[in-house]
Ligand binder design. Sequence first.
Ligand SMILES: NC(=O)c1ccc[n+]([C@@H]2O[C@H](COP(=O)([O-])OP(=O)(O)OC[C@H]3O[C@@H](n4cnc5c(N)ncnc54)[C@H](OP(=O)(O)O)[C@@H]3O)[C@@H](O)[C@H]2O)c1
Length: 247
Amino acid sequence: MKYVLITGVSKGLGKALAKAFLYASYGVIGISRTGDQELEEEAKKNGKPFTFLSWDLTKIESLEDLVSQILSLLPKECEELVFIHNAGEMQPVTEIKNLTAPDIHHNFLLNTISPLALTSAFLRRFSTTSIPLQMVFISSRSVVAPRKLWAVYGAAKASIDHFAQSLALEYRGKKSFHVLVIHPPAMDTEMRKRYLKKRSWFFWFLDWISVHILRQKKVYHPDLVAWKILYLIEKKSLPSGSVWRWE
Ligand SMILES: NC(=O)c1ccc[n+]([C@@H]2O[C@H](COP(=O)([O-])OP(=O)(O)OC[C@H]3O[C@@H](n4cnc5c(N)ncnc54)[C@H](OP(=O)(O)O)[C@@H]3O)[C@@H](O)[C@H]2O)c1
């Protein structure tokens, strides 16, 4: 059986990915601080293994322990592993002059340092196996199209893109290792809701008009995006190190 490891599995895109992979007959290992009952039920319905690990990924000193737990959960007969770094946070959303060092630090911890350190710790141990591995990084369009007030988020995600491409370079020629970066579209998730709450009432109103009335702005259901990502991962038609953008 193929397995997928998803960070940020409790809601939004991570939860949608977990449901799609369960449906596609993968065993799923999900990581986030809180769990989700619906995923447990979905796994039972599909008769596929789902294991949830409650972990705060910003506690970077504990990531080696997390790797040990993950490896102990992977069965010997695992045919292939997909590792999706999805957990992320957009805050602080503010002008650069209003940023505080602790806010910047927290954003980079979750969006950048944690996935980098987790990848490194994971590869140190996983490289001794012969299981094919696909490493997928969920990034953001803001890397190539900077947005006002998103400076920290965009900078943190830009580091991810660079890291993923360097990773692909290091493993170039190794057929059993593949790296992909995804820039999803705007999705109707709690992250987006939290972002809108931080903006003015007028901004929220303009956004609503632009999405629901004028239909100038597209905001997608995370399930739809998850199925597209699953398709890209299964197809493996993009070269390792590619950045895939939802246009
Ligand atoms: N929404 C969008 O429009 C959009 C667009 C482009 C890219 N993205 C990217 O897509 C990814 C998913 O976003 P989303 O919209 O689905 O966000 P979301 O609804 O806020 O979900 C974020 C997930 O990350 C987990 N998480 C947050 N902090 C964590 C921590 N310290 N330790 C472990 N897990 C943590 C959350 O679980 P717990 O709270 O239970 O820990 C949750 O499962 C992110 O990388 C985001 O940057 C989103």
